[in-house]
Design a protein around this ligand. Structure first.
Ligand code: SF4
Length: 62
């Protein structure tokens, strides 16, 4: 599983980072950046929780 954050939709709430700090970084404006690489199996559920809690629907999982 890979995480993608649509920078055009992200509004910098930081909710994803608060829920899954191992899967996201925040830039200097507080916008989320998905960490590179596949989501570790033990963090797949967290990735799904982060995506479903993004108020902008900016996170997609592939
Ligand atoms: S929760 Fe959504 S809008 Fe907020 S920082 Fe994360 S990706 Fe961006």
């Amino acid at each position: 599983m890979l995480i993608k954050v649509d920078a055009g939709k992200c509004q910098g709430h930081g909710r994803c980072y608060a829920l899954a700090p191992g899967l996201f970084d925040l830039d200097e404006n507080g916008n989320a950046l998905a960490k590179d690489g596949a989501v570790p199996p033990d963090q797949v559920e967290l990735a799904e929780i982060a995506a479903s809690n993004c108020p902008e629907r900016a996170i997609t999982l592939e």
